[in-house]
Ligand binder design. Structure first.
Ligand code: NDP
Length: 336
């Protein structure tokens, strides 16, 4: 059972001294449990937080433990009446080839309904994050301008497409020309600007002639500052992620800009609300119904970036924190 453990907490960008591949045992299957062979491991930005000892909304992974992660796999042995050998399932298998799971943490997947990989992508946690963040906090109205950062990624691509369905002007922000082009051509965004361009702020302003009503925040950093220059009165800002800061090792330098920022929050009557997708778990059935229909009707498209082999998971994860992924990042750990 090849597995990747959190050997040592990273400072800055994690590497293979922090995340180490080792040969472990295939775990024993206890009464009521299910042994699952991993097919896909989902790589997600939140994992950087789990590697840190800092207090967060979920507990850290212990040093020496297998790295956590959602997986799609196939049941090899079941000692539960709810699952049988051969079933495809979604489970929290972690960065390893085999995992033992409790049925209450598992969901059966029907490969005839949708490709199984989508259970950790457009029809899974990232898609759900986009859906609830927009619907519960962003509340875009027809004709409004919605901006989303990390626009080509797992969450961002879905945010923009839902906002298009709702009749908004949608502007993406992404870190590469090909990503920007894909977001416009494949997902129907009205525009997408590259935050790495020297004239990014001008480009964003041109792309948002009527200002910004909803900003779906995935990154923080300079993009957030640029957006704040363009927000309209009563703009809504679902704070979903701040990936530009996940590897920060020190506080930013320079004058304290917080009073100016809070002044803007007041004068513009902004709504800025952080959320974690599981806060809205009760919306799961709505999401499954709507997203399945949108995909079936060709209103939502998606892109997956599949990396082969567990041994490449660490470099793939580094790539995620550097913008190398093209769409939802997955590792193919075993045969489909
Ligand atoms: P993505 O598939 O979008 O991959 C991450 C992307 O972030 C990269 O491709 C890159 O795109 C961008 N990025 C990386 N580093 C930086 C940087 N320094 N500055 C700006 N952009 C950067 O990941 P997800 O769609 O899975 O996640 C997007 C965000 O949503 C993350 O912040 C994540 O933590 C958050 N999230 C929050 C959830 C919640 O419940 N609140 C649930 C799921 C995700 P680019 O080329 O555009 O730079």
């Amino acid at each position: 059972n090849r597995q990747i453990i959190l050997a040592k907490r990273p400072v800055g960008m994690p590497d293979d001294s922090n995340l180490t591949l080792q040969q472990g045992q295939v775990p024993e299957v206890g009464e009521g449990q299910v042994l699952v062979r991993t097919i896909y491991l989902s790589l997600d930005p939140y994992m950087r937080g789990r590697m840190s000892a800092a207090k967060s909304y979920a507990a850290s992974v212990e040093e020496g433990a297998v790295m956590e992660g959602a997986t799609v796999g196939q049941v090899v042995e079941s000692r539960s009446g709810d699952f049988k050998q051969g079933d495809y399932v979604l489970c929290p298998g972690g960065w390893q080839e085999y995992s033992v799971n409790s049925p209450k943490m598992m969901r059966k997947l029907d490969p005839a309904q949708a490709p199984i990989s989508t259970a950790v992508g457009v029809l899974g946690m990232p898609g759900f994050t986009a859906y609830v963040g927009l619907d519960e906090i962003g509340k875009p109205q027809k004709g409004e301008t919605v901006v989303v950062s990390a626009a080509a990624g797992a969450v961002g691509q879905v945010v923009g497409q839902i906002a298009k369905i709702q009749g908004c002007r949608v502007v993406g922000v992404a870190g590469a020309e090909d990503k920007c082009k894909h977001v416009v051509d494949a997902y129907g965004f009205d525009a997408c600007v590259n935050y790495k361009d020297a004239d990014f702020r001008d480009q964003l302003k041109k792309a948002c002639p009527d200002g910004i009503d909803v900003y779906f925040e995935n990154v923080g950093g300079d993009t957030f500052d640029a957006v704040m220059e363009l927000v309209n009165d009563f703009a809504r800002i679902p704070v979903c992620g701040r990936i530009a800061h996940y590897n920060d090792t020190e506080m930013p330098q320079g004058p304290d800009r917080l009073p100016g920022f809070m002044g803007k929050v007041l004068v513009k009557r902004l709504l800025i609300k952080g959320f974690i997708q599981f806060d809205y778990a009760h919306r799961g059935p709505d999401f499954q119904r709507d997203m399945s229909a949108w995909i079936r009707d060709g209103k939502v498209h998606y892109q997956e970036d599949v990396v082969d082999g567990l041994e490449n998971a660490v470099s793939a994860f580094q790539g995620l924190l550097q913008g190398k992924n093209r769409g939802k990042l997955l590792v193919r750990v075993g045969e489909d």
